[in-house]
Write a protein that binds this ligand. Sequence first.
Ligand code: COA
Length: 262
Amino acid sequence: MWDEWMPALQLGVTPEQFRQLPRHPAYLYEYLNGIAYLSPRPRTFHAILDLNASLPPDLPPRSDVVLRAVGRADRAELVVAFASAFDQAQPFAGLDEARRREAARQVLDRTFAGGDGPWIADASFAAWQEGPALSRPRLVGAMLVTLVPGGDPADRDSYLWMEPPPPDCLERRLGQPHLTWVFVVPDLSRRGVATSLLAAVRDALRRRGYSQLLSTFMSGNEASVLWHWRQGFRLVEHPGAGRRWRRAIAPDGGGPALPRAS
Ligand SMILES: CC(C)(COP(=O)(O)OP(=O)(O)OC[C@H]1O[C@@H](n2cnc3c(N)ncnc32)[C@H](O)[C@@H]1OP(=O)(O)O)[C@@H](O)C(=O)NCCC(=O)NCCS
């Protein structure tokens, strides 16, 4: 799904230029007969937040940004902000503005329609900038939360409903909330907008009786990785983790040791 929006590239370069090409971890680099082949190979990792743990020191809230519940009626503003936020972030950074907006429409519609698991509308928020300098409020960020089946957070199946979830899954507190989208427009980045959105999401999920929030980020997205870390998210063991391999080979812990750094 993630690579759907990432173009594959072919570049005519010398072997020396290929060696010098800057690399992005979401791409595979191959070289054959004078052509560099760049193919999308996005890798995603999961993280988990204990909603009952104390929050890290907050960034001062902005007085001109207010949070409101987000809904389908905000779609047009969401699309503009989404496309702007992902201008430099994969998997949408390789698209021109028109295609990025189209991608935004499609992924947001999918989320609203339950394609990422039932959408938890009352735990999803948008941030709006207001003020005399603006003719009308401007949507500057959002956080959309959906419900995934849950279970072992290292297991891929924990993020995908194999059967349609029961219609009353939220009332029965089945599954686990997942932070499916978070984005903030670049001109308001690092001013605490996503942190404020997370605080609102956290309160809403706790009111619903949930104690953990799962999230997914892509390797190479430094802003997202650092943001998750700053909020207290903990990296979840992934299917390819060395620990898992060693446990599978020797469940008593006597597996091969990792090579020591010299
Ligand atoms: C990730 C994102 C949502 C953070 O939103 P934000 O409102 O800027 O984040 P906050 O102001 O609440 O938090 C700031 C912290 O996040 C991290 N951070 C955010 N942007 C960063 C950047 N460009 N470089 C490094 N760290 C960054 C840092 O830890 C930062 O703390 P610091 O400023 O003290 O170093 C925003 O950068 C974004 O929309 N990115 C593009 C879309 C995306 O990748 N979304 C996540 C995947 S779904």
